[in-house]
Write a protein that binds this ligand. Structure first.
Ligand code: FCB
Length: 455
C-alpha cells in the first residue's frame, strides 16, 4: 500500500495546477439553425458533399445546445476543474456584425452560469473556426476589415460575460484557420492559395491583438490569452543537413509565424525571405500592425498532439519541406505518438518566449472506441497516450516551465472537422443516434488524476 502511494506521488503537479476538458461550438452544439443563429463557414463547407470524409456534418453533433446541462453535470461528477468551450460567432451576430441575436447571447450566459454553479472554472474561446458565412462572402480572414468586426464581436462578449469567464482565449489555432482553410483546403472555407493563407494569418493575429487591447481597457476580472498549436520539429534524418534546414522552415511556418508576433512583436524574417524567393506574395504588414498584435497576454494556450518529422522535399512548394511519420506508432488519427516532443516543445517555448504562464488547452488521442458487451469502453490506448504525455508535461514543470493547467481534448466524442464523426477523441463516448453519453475508462482514469493532482 505504502509503496503504491509512493508510485502515485511520482508525478505530482503543483498545488495550483488546474485540470480541465476542452470542447468547441461547431463540434458539439448542433442546432445549426435554431433561435436565430446565422450560417457559419462550417455549415456551408460541411454541407458540400466530398468535404467531409463520412458525409456527416455538425447539424446535430452532440446536441450540446439542448443537452449542455447533462455534459456539465457529467464533467462535474468527474471532478473536472475547468470547462473549455467556444462561442459560435454567427449565434451572436448572424450576419457577422450589426444586429445582435439576444437568444444566442442568452444561451452562452446560461451555459457559463451553469458551469459556475457546478463550481468549475470557465475557459471561453472567442473563435474556434465557425466564422459567419456573411463575413466570408466579403473575403473572410483575407479581408483586413474583419479586424474591426472581430473587435466588435469580442467587446460584445466581454460586456455580456465579463464576470463569468475565468480564461478568455481569443483564437484557437490561427495556423489551422489560415493554413488548413486557405492553403490546404481541408477546412472551411476550402481555398488552395498560400498567399491567401498568409494574409489570413496576419488578420487573425491583428484580431487577437485588438481584442486583448479592448479587454485591457475594460478592466475585467479573469485572464486573457491565445491558443496556438505548435509542434516540435525533428529532421527525418538527423544527419542530413537539408532535412535539418527543412525542419527549421517548418518550425518558422507552424510555430514562429504565430508565436513571434504575439510574444515578440516580429515576424520570422528568414521565413519571409525564403517564401519571397519561392514567389509567394507576402502579407501586407502596415505600420502599427505588429505593435497591435504584440499585446501582453496572461497565458499562452498550447494545443499539441504530435511532432513534426520533417524531410526536405523539393516537390513541396513553397516550403520545400514535408512531413513523414518515420515509423513511429500512430493514433487512429494517423498522428504519431511522440511524448518526448511535448517536453522538447515546452522547453523551446520557454527558452524562446518566456510566457508568463502556459496552459495546455488541448492534448488527446483519437481511438476507434467501441462499447463492450458489458457496456464498458476500454480505451487503454488513450489512457496510455495521456499518461505518457502528462509525464512529459510534469518533467517540463519540474524543469521550471510555468505550465499551469492541462485540458484533455475532448470531453465527449464530437464532429472532428473534415473527418466528421469518424474520429473519436472523447473521454466520454457518444452514441450519435440516441445521444447517450457513456464515460470511457479514460474518464474514470482522468478523475483519479484530478483527485490525486498527478499520476
Ligand atoms: C485541434 C482542434 C480541435 C480538435 C483537435 C483534435 O486542432 O483545435 O478542435 O479538432 O484538433
Amino acid at each position: 500500500m505504502e509503496k503504491e502511494s509512493v508510485i502515485d506521488m511520482e508525478y505530482e503537479f503543483p498545488k495550483d495546477f488546474e485540470w480541465g476538458v476542452a470542447t468547441a461550438s461547431y463540434q458539439v452544439e448542433g442546432a445549426w439553425q435554431e433561435d436565430g443563429k446565422g450560417e457559419s463557414i462550417w455549415d456551408r463547407f460541411s454541407h458540400i458533399p466530398g468535404n467531409i470524409v463520412d458525409l456527416t456534418n455538425g447539424d446535430r453533433a452532440c446536441d450540446f445546445y439542448h443537452r449542455y446541462r447533462e455534459d456539465v453535470d457529467l464533467a462535474c461528477s468527474l471532478g473536472i476543474q475547468v470547462y473549455r468551450l467556444s462561442v459560435s460567432w454567427p449565434r451572436i451576430f448572424p450576419n457577422g456584425r450589426g444586429e445582435k441575436n439576444e437568444k444566442g447571447i442568452e444561451f452562452y450566459r446560461n451555459v457559463l452560469n451553469y458551469i459556475k454553479e457546478k463550481r468549475m472554472k470557465t475557459s471561453l474561446t472567442l473563435y474556434h473556426w465557425d466564422l459567419p458565412q456573411k463575413l466570408q462572402d466579403e473575403g473572410g480572414w483575407c479581408n483586413r476589415e474583419i479586424v474591426e468586426d472581430f473587435k466588435n464581436y469580442a467587446v460584445t462578449l466581454f460586456e455580456a460575460y465579463g464576470s463569468l469567464v475565468d480564461y478568455w482565449i481569443t483564437l484557437n489555432e490561427p495556423y489551422c484557420s489560415s493554413f488548413l482553410g486557405y492553403w490546404k483546403g481541408e477546412h472551411a472555407p476550402g481555398y488552395h492559395d498560400y498567399s491567401m493563407a498568409l494574409a489570413a494569418a496576419h488578420h487573425l493575429l491583428m484580431s487577437h491583438g485588438t481584442a486583448v487591447k479592448a479587454y485591457r481597457s475594460m478592466g475585467l476580472p479573469g485572464k486573457i490569452g491565445i491558443t496556438l498549436n505548435m509542434n516540435q520539429p525533428y529532421p527525418a534524418d538527423i544527419k542530413n543537413e537539408e532535412d535539418q534546414k527543412a525542419a527549421e522552415r517548418m518550425r518558422m511556418q507552424n510555430n514562429q509565424l504565430f508565436g513571434d508576433p504575439v510574444m515578440k512583436g516580429t515576424y520570422p524574417q528568414e521565413l519571409f525571405d525564403f517564401l519571397k524567393g519561392q514567389g509567394v506574395v507576402l502579407p501586407d504588414v502596415r505600420e502599427g500592425d505588429l505593435e497591435l498584435i504584440h499585446q501582453p497576454i496572461d497565458f499562452l494556450g498550447l494545443n499539441n498532439y504530435f511532432a513534426d518529422i520533417v524531410k526536405a522535399d523539393d516537390g513541396a512548394w513553397p516550403l520545400r519541406a514535408s512531413l513523414t511519420t518515420k515509423g513511429l506508432p500512430v493514433t487512429d488519427a494517423g498522428w504519431e505518438v511522440y511524448p518526448e516532443s511535448m517536453y522538447d516543445l515546452l522547453t523551446w517555448i520557454q527558452d524562446t518566449y518566456q510566457p508568463p504562464e502556459i496552459i495546455i488547452t488541448e492534448n488527446g488521442a483519437a481511438c476507434n472506441d467501441w462499447i463492450n458487451s458489458d457496456g464498458r469502453i476500454e480505451d487503454t490506448n488513450r489512457i496510455d497516450y495521456l499518461k505518457r504525455y502528462l509525464r512529459e508535461v510534469h518533467r517540463a514543470v519540474e524543469d521550471g516551465v510555468p505550465v499551469k493547467g492541462y485540458y484533455v481534448w475532448c470531453f465527449t466524442d464530437n464532429f472532428e472537422w473534415a473527418w466528421g464523426l469518424s474520429r473519436r477523441f472523447g473521454i466520454v463516448y457518444m452514441d450519435y443516434e440516441t445521444q447517450k453519453r457513456t464515460p470511457k475508462d479514460s474518464a474514470f482514469w482522468y478523475k483519479q488524476v484530478v483527485e490525486n493532482n498527478g499520476l
